[in-house]
Design a protein around this ligand. Sequence first.
Ligand code: PMP
Length: 416
Amino acid sequence: MKKSKSSELFDTAKNLMPGGVSSPVRAIKPYPFYTKKAGGSKIITEDDEILTDCCMAYGPLLLGHSPQCVKEAIRNQVEKGWIYGTPSETEIKLAKIIIRDYPSIDMCRFVSSGSEATMAAIRLARGFTKKKDIIKIEGGFHGAHDGVLIQAGSGATTMGVPDSAGVIPDIVSHTAQVPYNDLESLESIISKSDDIAAFIIEPVMGNVGPILPGDDYLQEVRKITKENDVLLICDEVICGYRVGIGGAQVKYNISPDLTTLGKIVGGGLPIGVFGGRRDIMEMVAPAGPVYQAGTFSGNPLSMSAGIAMLEYIHKNSLIYQKLDENTRIIHESIPKGHSCSFVRLGSMFKLFFRDSPPRNYIEAKQSDTQKFGEFWKKMLKEGIFLPPSQFETNFISSAHTDEDIEKIAGAYSRCL
Ligand code: PMP
């Protein structure tokens, strides 16, 4: 049988790049499809299959692939150059939009990825508080840097064990974990130490699900951290502008000390942002002693793409209602009587192969991943590309048409 072009490309790639890919989740078995081009809600593979995309590059593409407004902004910027090594006005314009939309952010710094943003925010929290330890959520993902690569699932209040070879145990010994939606564990760990600089949390767990916060959970988290002089870092790399303008913190009415953003705010180009209280941000170099720097930070191409994206969202904020309506339609297509649960928030959604919606990582891990794997393959055969893991959120975009939604809903119902 003739090999598909994707399979041939993967055979070549495996000799050139570890696992054949530039990021592990892309190494779909037995081989990933290779994308030739993408537009709107569709991906076209190297084998000329047309797929309806519900992965949307893992989050940045709120307006779909290559939306006109971002394309034009990138083209215009390319004419003027794409990296200067000097400040440019584009940074000021994007900073103004973010600071206006996020009441908790007085100042921000641009970096080139979400990982860089959380790494810098944690260093800043330590520099500001002069304390050493951090707390994260069990199973929470904040990028691929040493201090947050902790095996999820270790006991709630134990210090972490590295999740990757090459991470020095001493580093993660300063990272504790608590389950999401569990205030008692958080209180208990905070009460036992005076050396906790920050609690970093994805307000809505995008990386395991989504998993949604219980009533008042986030408000209580804010109260406990404030009362104990622990900085609260909201990692909104996924949910920033995804769940609405101002992200999860505006939606759930909490005011963190620091926030990290990425994905959508760069219009689909590489970006990360950390920002927050002025007194904390003024500790960042060169204003203060916490060092942070980057060749590509604030590059005018990402800035221009981000500005175009956020301006479009402001002018068309009704897209959020439509996105919510569309995931509701998909939800309603799920036939009753299967042991699965559907979780959604706006344009984020997931079908978990377990009876009830998970409240934390341990519960999410009880999902039947084999069933998910079979379901995923069936969906792909129907022309729907879902993220290839039970523990990655699905996304739709404003480019998904009513016809796309009908197709996705129909496929969900048939493939179950
Ligand atoms: N934080 C969260 C919540 C994320 O979801 C991610 C990426 N999925 C990151 C940080 C890291 O972002 P990046 O991949 O841009 O480094």
